[in-house]
Ligand binder design. Structure first.
Ligand code: F6P
Length: 320
């Protein structure tokens, strides 16, 4: 394989640049020509494709965001749109494509391979950690640490004012960011989409904590668990303490990737190119139990399993 392309797609995540760098540098070191596609599948469709030099990826391992820019293109579900986009690779003789993104991006990569023979490899890049075939997605660790930093700051002010803080975190339909932030941040409660928790349960814990003399409560709410303002209203009827809501938002997707995310992104990026060199395609790479593994792209969404109920029990057991 002489020419490959790279794109980043969907919500950006910290470590995408690190992965782009690893893919580009590995491929260049093997004598390949490397093309960058701007704005994900949108740029592929609109022919925003350029040849990358080593300089393009120099010094970006620690940069948040993505130098290739990212976008969501819902029309990529249309086979005709995919055919037009694939043509832009074929006319340049680009045979391989590394797609860095979440499960929507993996669907696109899957169809490009199945329908047009583009040799695609997916690298899981999303803060949501909602992809099977890898223990962690690139960006998840960094986002988790951003949430922990926020929890620790909120604890200070919550304590001074003896308040209950509800903090909404991202994750789409996946509760991992909320659950593990609650465990690592010593939260007083957590609400995730995978496990039904009522405001009655949360209110009970808060009352017990206050009866023990505790001065604050931090409740982590996954965005997929329900509307945080409705939760606040419901809770306000059940407890006496003052409540404040913090929606952390896109700050969770920015900043320098953690060491873990950089190492993960680098190892997966290198492996993606090795697979293409070996003639493999239609696969995703992941890290499972400390080993780099590969699965069919469809494995990512067909085998996705929800947040661990056991870990949810740990979080609630320690909330008092
Ligand atoms: O998938 C990543 C993610 O950050 C989700 O956690 C969140 O629900 C969504 O993207 C936000 O999307 P947007 O950046 O388009 O607002």
């Amino acid at each position: 394989m002489k020419k490959i392309a790279i794109l980043t797609s969907g919500g950006d995540s910290q470590g995408m640049n690190t992965a782009v760098r690893a893919v580009a540098k590995t491929a260049m070191s093997k004598g390949m020509e490397v093309f960058g596609i701007k704005r994900g599948y949108k740029g592929m469709l609109e022919d925003q494709i350029f040849q990358m030099s080593a300089l393009d990826v120099s010094g970006i391992a620690d940069h948040g965001g993505t130098i290739l820019l990212s976008a969501r293109l819902s029309s990529f579900k249309d086979p005709e749109v995919r055919a037009k986009a694939a043509e832009n690779l074929k006319k340049r003789g680009i045979e391989g494509l590394v797609v860095i993104g979440g499960d929507g991006s993996f669907h696109g990569a899957h169809y490009l391979y199945e329908e047009h023979g583009i040799k695609t490899i997916g690298i899981p890049g999303t803060i949501d950690n909602d992809i099977a075939g890898t223990d962690y997605t690139i960006g998840y660790d960094t986002a988790l640490n951003i949430i922990l930093d926020a929890i620790s700051k909120l604890k200070d002010t919550a304590t001074s004012h003896e308040r209950t803080y509800l903090i909404e975190v991202m994750g789409r339909n996946c509760g991992d960011l909320a659950l593990y932030a609650a465990i690592a941040g010593g939260a007083s409660g957590v609400m995730i989409p995978e496990v039904k928790a009522s405001t009655d349960d949360i209110a009970k814990v808060i009352r017990e904590r206050r009866a023990e003399g505790k001065l604050y409560d931090i409740i982590v709410v996954a965005e997929g668990a329900g509307n945080i303002l409705d939760i606040e209203k419901e809770l306000a009827q059940k407890i006496d303490t003052d409540i404040r809501v913090t929606i952390l938002g896109h700050v969770q997707r920015g900043g320098a990737p953690t060491a873990n995310d950089r190492i993960l992104a680098t190892k997966l990026g290198v492996k993606a190119v090795e697979l293409l060199i070996d003639g493999e395609a239609g696969l995703m790479v992941g890290m499972e139990s400390g080993k780099v593994t590969t699965h069919k792209l469809s494995y990512a969404w067909e085998n996705y399993s929800k947040s661990s109920e056991e870990d949810y029990k740990i979080a609630t057991m320690l909330s008092l």
